[in-house]
Ligand binder design. Structure first.
Ligand SMILES: Nc1ncnc2c1ncn2[C@@H]1O[C@H](COP(=O)(O)OP(=O)(O)O)[C@@H](O)[C@H]1O
Ligand SMILES: [Mg+2]
Length: 363
């Protein structure tokens, strides 16, 4: 099975896309999200679920998006994939190889999904149909984008299942999803996601629903499949522990907005947003140093309906002072390729030392 994504798309695929007026540009970033916002009008008011998310993903790069539950991670990924319902009000821009996806008709988007952008959801049964055999579903995914025989597609399915670590794939292609364990189902979903060598994989909490004992193995299988397919990846998680071994860059979200962005080392060793320090303190490995207890970030995220004017993290922030409640700080440069949204950046290193017990290393 040779990696096929070294080129933009095969000539037939390019012709297929061109017929829909889609022209991919190899000089444009792989994925570029600019000032993405998503509002949901509800009976209680407008939910400002995503409030200005921007990032750029380079070829083969892995960007982790991290934040507590409710911070807007899933809505961001669904907006990128064009999978939000009609009630969502979306603004901003999502460009895949220079092609704007926001506002694109579903029929056109369908040409880009699968081969361009593939998605892995938290619950594998979102992607698997319980009434069809796993191998058949994989073969169908392959045949949706490739003119190959059923037999060849089934052979490729066996290879894909082998790659993601399913034992006895020759037999297992004939299994139904319910005959697989949760970890094996997610491996099968990963196989479907990479079946057409996508350029971008968006994985939304891919291991959160799994038993902790298999999480690391499934993450490893996903990384192997990603590297083999040559894809870039947006890896969404509420767990910073997942990020360390997997990502190049990290975007921390709070209340629908990016509050810190940097390399994995920036985020782990030189965080500049007190919220990030809180998330790091809630990680088992770091927080057990003192007395073995986990220290979750105290308090809860705010409602996204009536956000107060100041920094949304202020009510939970150990460094908060009255001025923090006046205006929401912008994401500003705090180092090379490192940005944070905090008025009290100068006070954060001392907080890092106090809470995480490590002296900062210099970039
Ligand atoms: N269809 C919807 N209608 C109204 N509110 C929604 C809808 N989908 C998500 N939300 C709200 O948007 C916010 C962000 O949700 P989500 O992106 O799922 O968070 P995360 O994935 O970070 O846990 C939450 O407050 C959630 O309740
Ligand atoms: Mg989510």
């Amino acid at each position: 099975m040779a990696p096929e994504s070294e080129q933009l798309a095969t000539p037939e695929e390019q012709a297929d896309l061109a017929a829909e007026g889609i022209v991919l540009r190899d000089d444009a970033p792989l994925l570029e999200v600019t000032d993405l916002t998503v509002d949901f009008p509800t009976d209680d008011g407008i939910v400002h679920a995503v409030r200005g998310v921007s990032f750029s993903l380079a070829e083969k790069e892995v960007l982790a998006i991290v934040g507590e539950s409710g911070s807007g991670k899933s809505v961001t990924s669904l907006a990128i994939m064009g999978l939000l319902g009609k009630t969502a009000r979306i603004s901003g821009s999502v460009k895949y190889r220079g092609v704007e996806l926001i506002g694109m008709k579903n029929r056109k988007l369908a040409k880009i999904r699968g081969r361009g952008l593939a998605m892995i959801f938290q619950d594998p049964m979102t992607s698997l149909n319980p009434v069809y055999r796993v191998g058949w579903q994989l073969a169908e995914a392959i045949r949706a984008h490739n003119k190959i025989s059923k037999h060849a597609a089934m052979e490729r399915s066996v290879e894909l299942l082998r790659m993601v670590g399913i034992p006895n794939p020759e037999e297992r292609v004939r299994s139904f999803p319910h005959e697989f364990s949760g970890g094996m189902r997610q491996r099968a979903v990963i196989a479907i996601a990479v079946a057409n060598s996508p350029d971008v994989i968006i994985a939304d909490e891919p291991t959160t629903a799994l038993d902790v004992t298999v999480q690391a193995q499934v993450l490893e299988a996903m990384e192997e499949a990603r590297r083999h397919s040559g894809a870039g990846m947006v890896l969404i998680t509420h767990d910073l522990g997942v990020v360390a071994g997997s990502a190049d860059k990290v975007l921390v979200m709070y209340a629908g907005r990016p509050v810190e962005f940097g390399s994995v080392d920036d985020i782990f060793y030189r965080p500049r947003m007190p919220y990030t320090v809180g998330l790091l303190g809630a990680m088992p490995r770091l927080s057990t140093e003192s007395d073995g207890r986990l220290v979750p970030v105290p308090g809860n995220p705010p409602s996204l309906i009536n956000l107060p004017p100041g920094c949304p993290f202020s009510p939970r922030c150990p460094l908060s002072e009255p001025a923090c409640n006046e205006a929401e700080p912008d994401l500003t440069q705090v180092g090379a390729g490192h940005r944070a949204a905090c008025r009290r950046i100068d006070a954060v290193p001392a907080l890092v030392q106090e809470r995480l017990g490590h002296v900062e290393t210099v970039a």
